[in-house]
Design a protein around this ligand. Structure first.
Ligand code: GLV
Ligand code: MN
Ligand code: MN
Length: 407
């Protein structure tokens, strides 16, 4: 937990944690983790997508590998544990092996980008591992006009080497520890859970365009106010989600131009996030919200454009690994629970190529994406014990080795 707090100090903002894709503090974060694993004689490298990768060798050369990791980027005003805890726990597991070699190598991965904060598009790091950091994604720009490709170059990495970051066919599985980020485990008084599925998510950017004009002289009935149109639509987003069981829809960001008290806004840009465990329900909701935005804009003499940044389907975790995690939770002395994750995770991307599963830790108060985010020391200890049981189970499981990689 001290290590998580230490990594939170590497921030773009003073006084709060923000570490976005390949920002300068990400480099400090990499150096710190490399220092921790140096005594294990495990060298860390940074791949061309900015992911930290470190391989703890197997008992024998040319053995396959188990991947364990999570992400190192954060949201603005972040807590210390989202993502980071999964990387810190992976390092702790290597330390707890105390030099013992397993029949498989363990690759620790600290993904460079999962949150989608800098570019609006999430999972940049994990997409590189499954061969999906493509030209289109490399061309996406941040609010300063810097593209993903340029950010990679500015960090001293070579975008031409991105294909070398992709997983080879020697990965047996991917396991990710993560805080639950919700209230379920706390309500049930349980420390750990096995994640059996991750809800799908859509992220879109909407731009309402009207006419900027004088706030004092333009009568109300002659206005084309982009913010007022956007506000009507935001209310429709909230109402629409409240009407469908399990649907969550959020407008978490709004930017207006020109942005002055005495000027009617000519432009409002909004970010929409929609999630549901059923892809059909989610995509239908997104279609409805696009239709409503157009109706509202037309009625108000505005125009609206939408740009889809992500449409990620829901993903089932690997049943074999979920069962093994459940067994490991029982061996740790805890009651097992299987649950669906409402948050997105790198595991949903890696699952495209490699059998993947996750272990959730109870999140006090269900608070996350906020500095008040926390974990309980006892739960972290149980997570390490659970991880060690899992490694032992996998090491002695013929079925684990039989599984072929889908890469
Ligand atoms: C990642 O934190 C997400 O937005 O689900
Ligand atoms: Mn997050
Ligand atoms: Mn996360």
């Amino acid at each position: 937990m001290g290590r998580c707090l230490r990594l939170a100090s590497f921030s773009e903002d003073s006084g709060s944690a923000r570490r976005t894709f390949l920002s300068a503090p990400m480099s400090e974060c990499h150096q710190e983790i490399a220092r921790w694993i140096r005594p294990l004689e495990v060298p860390a490298r940074i791949d061309a997508a900015g992911n930290l990768r470190a391989v703890y060798p197997a008992a024998q050369a040319h053995a396959p590998r188990l991947l364990i990791g999570s992400h190192l980027d954060t949201v603005p005003n972040a807590g210390a544990y989202d993502g980071v805890l999964g990387v810190v726990l992976a390092v702790a597991l290597l330390e707890e092996l105390r030099g013992r070699r397993l029949p498989f190598a363990i690759e620790v991965i600290g993904f460079s980008e999962e949150e989608g904060v800098r570019f609006g598009a999430p999972f940049i790091g994990s997409r590189a591992l499954v061969g999906r950091l493509d030209k289109e994604l490399l061309g996406v720009v941040d609010s300063q006009g810097v593209s993903v490709q340029k950010a990679i170059e500015e960090f001293g990495l070579n975008p031409k080497e991105i294909s070398r970051a992709a997983l080879k066919n020697d990965a047996l599985g991917y396991v990710e520890f993560h805080i639950e980020q919700g209230p379920v485990l706390e309500k049930l008084n349980l420390p750990l859970a096995a994640v059996e599925a991750i809800a799908g998510q859509s992220r879109l950017e909407f731009t309402f365009l009207g006419h900027a004009n004088h706030a004092g002289t333009t009568p109300m009935h002659l206005r084309h106010d982009a913010i007022a149109g956007a506000a009507e639509w935001i209310s429709a987003v909230e109402r629409g989600a409240q009407e469908v069981s399990g649907l969550v829809a959020t407008v978490g960001k709004i930017e207006a131009r020109p942005g002055a008290t005495n000027v009617i806004a000519g432009e409002a840009r909004l970010a929409l996030d929609v999630r549901h465990s059923s892809d059909e329900v989610r995509t239908r909701a997104v279609d409805n919200l696009i239709r409503q935005a157009r109706e509202i804009a037309a009625r108000r003499g505005l125009s609206v454009q939408e740009n889809t940044l992500l449409s990620q389907h829901a993903v089932a975790m690997d049943p074999f690994l979920v069962g093994e995690i459940e067994q490991a939770i029982i061996k740790t002395g805890c009651k097992p629970l299987r649950m669906v994750s409402g948050a997105g995770h790198d595991a949903m991307i890696i699952a495209e190529k490699v059998p993947s599963a996750m272990i959730f830790l109870r999140t006090p108060g269900g608070v996350s994406h906020d500095p008040a985010e926390s974990v309980l020391q006892d739960d972290v200890e149980k997570a390490i014990m659970c991880g060690l049981h899992l490694l032992d189970q996998l090491a002695s499981s013929p079925e684990f080795y039989k599984r072929t990689n889908r890469a």
